[in-house]
Write a new protein. Structure first.
Length: 247
């Protein structure tokens, strides 16, 4: 018996990086994963790899900046599977600049996806969770939302907002046996960090007490714990997965 046997898990931003690792981890533990993202080709690869490893998954087209797309995606998911037990809000975008140079459009685009999109998707999914009196919600925030970061005022604000959203949803829905927690990754090795120079990577890791970048699997392990029955008495918390970067 695996931890997520019989569970349906919706994971956003599942086409690469942390989201891909989360989707694969949940599938490896028995979940039927609805892998959601904007990029159909990348999603097809992730679904194929999950199925090739003996898991169950399907692709779900979803743009969190589009309220209509959110509504349609949830409707399609429920029509196909009946219910969603686990929601992992991982998708996010960045559009960095110093505050004096940041446009209102850049601010709006990042907040629309990273915060408003999460709110709308969570709102749509929890309706079914409330009826079933069961649900696990995990939001992927960032240490940037806890400590701030120069040049990322929009991203940091959106991720800090996720912390407040997480705690408020946890308080509202606890009586319905629905937990809501967050994971705050630090510097994680992804395709983005692969493009950095050795000097830049060295400077980055020099800030981390464990002296290395994290792996997407480190974040996926924390998400899997919070989404499982092992964390049935954990809600409203933020698990910091940053190698000690933020304490």
């Amino acid at each position: 018996m695996k931890r997520f046997d019989g569970r349906i898990a919706l994971v956003t931003g599942a086409s690469r990086g942390i989201g891909e690792a989360i989707a694969k981890r949940l599938a490896s533990e028995g979940a039927t994963v609805l892998a959601a993202a904007r990029t159909a080709d990348a999603l097809a690869r992730v679904v194929s790899e999950i199925e090739g490893a003996g898991g169950r998954a399907s692709a779900l087209a979803l743009d969190l900046a589009d309220p209509g797309a959110i509504e349609a995606a949830v409707k399609n998911a429920l029509a196909a599977h009946g219910e969603i037990h686990v929601l992992v809000n991982n998708a996010g975008v960045t559009e960095d600049n110093l505050i004096l140079r940041m446009s209102r459009e850049a601010w709006d685009r990042v907040l629309a996806t990273n915060l408003t999109g999460v709110f709308l998707l969570t709102q749509a999914v929890v309706k079914g969770m409330v009826r079933k009196r069961y649900g696990r919600i995990v939001n992927v925030t960032s240490v940037v939302g806890l400590m701030g970061n120069a040049g990322q005022v929009n991203y940091a604000a959106s991720k800090a907002g996720l912390v407040g959203l997480t705690k408020s949803v946890a308080r509202e829905l606890a009586s319905r046996n629905i937990t809501c927690n967050a994971v705050a990754p630090g510097f994680i090795a992804t395709a983005m960090t692969d493009k950095m120079t050795d000097e830049a990577k060295s400077k980055m890791t020099g800030q981390i007490p464990l002296e290395r970048l994290g792996a997407p699997g480190d974040v996926a392990a924390a998400v899997a714990y919070l989404a499982s029955e092992d964390a049935a008495y954990v809600t409203g918390t933020v698990v910091n997965v940053s190698g000690g970067l933020y304490m």
